[in-house]
Structure formats: C-alpha cells, structure tokens
Design a protein around this ligand. Structure first.
Ligand code: BDR
Ligand code: CA
Length: 305
C-alpha cells in the first residue's frame, strides 16, 4: 500500500478526487491537510471532514493549514466552487474535529515517523508544502515525491499563462519546484482534455448515494468547457492508479512570481537555460476515453464502502 498525504482545497474537483482516494484500498492515507485556495482554509478543512464522515473514514486525521499564500494576497475561486466550496449536495454539519496541531507540523510528524518515504499529493495552492520544506528541510528525504495538480505548458485558466493553483501562491510553487524533490506535474495540458460530459454527470446520479453526491457537486461546478467539465484534481489520483493513461515528459520548469506572467510555469523545452537539468515529470497527454470509462466504472464500486 502506498503511504500518502493529501493536501487539498476542496473545492469540487478536490472533493471528487478525495472521494476516490478514500474508497481505494491501494492507498494508505496517513493525513489530509486543508489549504486556502478555492475557498478559505476553514471551509476547505471543514469540507475534508465532511467527506471523511460521508465515507466513514474518520480514522484518517485531518489538519488545517495555511490561511493565506506566502506573499500574495489571497483570492478564492468561489465563483467556480460556490461559497462553501462543496455545493450541490446537502452534507451534514461535521462533528469530527481537525487535529489541534496545524497541517505543517502534522505533516512533519507523519514524515518523521514513517518507515518509508511518503508521496504527497497536492491539489490546491502549494503553501502548506512550501512551508513544510522551509520549516523542516531535513524531512525532504522522507518525501518520496510530490504529485501535483497545477501549472500548464499551454496557456492558463486564470490568465493567458497561469493556472489557478500556481497563480494563488506562485512563491510557494517556486519553492516546491526548486526543492529537488521528485515532482510529477499534472497540469492543464492534460486536465483540460479529461472532461466529464453533462450526460455522464447526469447518469452518475442514479449510481447510489455516492453517485448522487458526486453528480450533485459536479452539477453545481462552474468550470465549464465546450464538451464537459474538467476534473482537474481527479487526475492526480488517476495517475497513481493508472499511470499508463498518461504521457509524461521531463522538463526543467520555472515558476514566474511577478509581473504580467505571474503564476506562469515555463518549461525549458529547447534546453536554453537549464543545461540539461530537469526538475519535473510533466503530464503532456492523457487517454481521455480511458479516463471517462474508468470514472464511470469507479462510481458503483465506491458504494461498497
Ligand atoms: C485547479 O484550481 C482549482 O480551482 C481546482 O480545484 C484545481 O485544483 C485547476 O486549475
Ligand atoms: Ca484544487
């Protein structure tokens, strides 16, 4: 079983990604951490708890992380994810509490106690993981890899170059990309190809309670492309389960932290700057049909828990 820490900002696509992770016995989920992004950190952390309660997985600790980016002013994406970050389904108010410890020290404790290096999946801004790297540099060797949703080599979704997670906290993203930790970057180059059609979203509603919940939140999701809705964060979990669906290429990726291209990720595709140095495995293509088939087959399985 792969030991994993999930750092998220649910957020509708985060919520669907977490739902899949919570119901897969392949993963040993050590900790869930919330970060400010799609909505405030209080809300993203509450949403993590609503989901662990929904799936009866309160055995997994949840910790609250950074309330704002390292330097940039915080701006949420409630225009996409609703005021709560998880609209479209009537979750009960959570009863379970987050850890008293903050997300950074909770991650550090999990890493220190781990007998093998741990994969950290991040699907929000990278503020928590940048703080972890800054505050606990010795624990870097305990991080097996970062699997990140974020960035783009082919245009942005919040500006002509920037993707939301990087744009939210570019300074954190720069720290992460310069950390030397193994990075898999799953950005808009693939997540805008893996769309769920409105028909599929509607069909999922009849697939039990889990299907009803997922269809509900996806229906309320305001991220709309011509032929469907992108499931950005779900791609990180899919990548862990089915790396063969993805095509990756290694690049040196630079993060732009100011000016009009702030939040942009530039890959040195022609090796003009990096002298052959590489820092990220970048997902550049996905088998979109395999993605959609996999998704439809997943939902009924998730009811088993
Ligand atoms: C990313 O931004 C967020 O709104 C989504 O949850 C996803 O992590 C896509 O750019
Ligand atoms: Ca997210």
């Amino acid at each position: 079983k792969e030991p994993i820490i999930l750092d998220m900002d649910p957020g509708i696509d985060d919520a669907v990604a977490l739902s899949i992770a919570l119901t897969h016995s392949e993963f040993d989920l050590k900790l869930l951490t919330g970060v400010a992004g799609n909505v405030s950190v209080d809300k993203t952390t509450a949403n993590l708890i609503k989901l662990v309660e929904f799936f009866n997985r309160t055995d997994i600790p949840v910790a609250k992380g950074a309330a704002a980016p390292l330097k940039k002013a915080f701006k949420d994406a409630s225009y996409i994810h609703g005021a709560s970050g998880m609209p479209g389904y009537d979750f009960p108010e959570p009863v379970y509490q987050p850890l008293a410890q903050d997300a950074i020290s909770a991650m550090a404790e999990v890493l220190s106690n781990a007998s093998e290096p741990i994969t950290i999946v991040a699907t929000g801004a990278y503020t928590n993981i940048a703080l972890l790297l800054q505050q606990y540099p010795k624990l870097k060797s305990k991080i097996k890899r970062f699997v990140l949703m974020g960035g783009s080599l082919s245009g942005g979704n919040v500006s002509s170059v920037a993707e939301f997670n990087i744009f939210t906290d570019p300074d954190a993203a720069k720290i992460v990309f310069e950390s030397g930790v193994d990075i898999t970057m799953i950005g808009l180059d693939v997540t805008l190809k893996a769309l769920l059609s409105n028909q599929t979203i509607a069909d999922v509603a009849s697939m039990g309670t889990v299907g009803k919940m997922i269809s509900g939140v996806m229906t309320a999701y305001n991220d709309v492309e011509a032929t469907g809705k992108p499931m950005h964060d779900v791609n990180t979990i899919l990548y862990l389960l089915h790396p063969e669906f993805f095509t990756l290429k290694d690049f040196m990726v630079y993060v732009i932290t100011d000016g009009p291209a702030i939040g942009g990720t530039i890959a040195d595709t022609q090796d003009r700057w990096s002298n052959g140095q590489l820092n990220a495995h970048v997902a550049i293509d996905i088998d979109a049909k395999a993605f959609e088939n996999w998704f439809i087959e997943e939902i009924p399985k998730m009811n088993a828990y």
